[in-house]
Design a protein around this ligand. Structure first.
Ligand SMILES: [Zn+2]
Length: 198
């Protein structure tokens, strides 16, 4: 069975702003996420984005724009899968975070070992989803962490990747000094420029 990294895209892989409107201007990829995710992929993890998208639909973002954003995320960060909930709270669905439906759906689809999988997010809902699914949670510091259970809070995605690699092997899986942070000369070359996607 494989292990996965579940990651919230908003604020971690892309800045998403439904008020900006206009085709191709909904989101801006975060190139600094490229190296940490590549390191996790090299370590053998599946990379799966998970998102609640009702808020974006409610704000008037079209499904075509969401599909375009998913494709850009998939290409830029070599994601293996993107799972979304488009329900509202009133729908009482099993997949709206903090409920763990997206993780359990992925576990079934990809034959995952959730005890060796990690949830990376920036809100309390991500940590609560991880707790219910039996994954370790790592939150990037933000105003939305809340006071519920979480396993780790770290300053940025590069620190999260280091921590996961440490936890995975009980030791440093890659030599310290390997750059996981933003590297304009290298890491960005795999990113697809936004303007090419329109
Ligand atoms: Zn749902």
């Amino acid at each position: 069975m494989r292990a996965a990294i579940f990651i919230e895209p908003a604020g971690l892989l892309a800045d998403i702003d439904p008020t900006r409107g206009g085709f191709g201007r909904l989101f801006e990829l975060r190139p600094e996420a490229s190296a940490p995710l590549a390191a996790l992929k090299r370590a053998g993890f599946l990379l799966i984005a998970d998102a609640n998208e009702h808020g974006l639909l409610h704000a008037g973002v079209g499904r075509g724009e969401l599909d375009q954003m998913h494709e850009a995320l998939r290409c830029a960060f070599s994601l293996d899968d993107i799972l979304v909930c488009r329900h509202d709270d009133g729908d009482a669905c099993p997949c709206r975070k903090p409920r763990p439906g997206l993780v359990t759906e992925a576990a079934f689809k990809w034959h995952l070992d959730l005890e060796r999988s990690f949830v990376v997010g920036n809100r309390w809902q991500d940590a609560e989803m991880a707790r219910m699914a039996g994954c370790v949670s790592l939150l990037v510091k933000s105003p939305w962490i809340g006071r519920g259970h979480h396993d780790f809070v770290l300053p940025d995605l590069a620190s999260v990747a280091w921590k996961i690699l440490d936890l995975k092997d009980g030791a440093h899986a890659v030599p310290r000094g390997t750059t996981l942070s933003h590297d304009p000369a290298g890491a960005d070359q795999n990113l697809t420029p936004i303007e090419d996607l329109t």
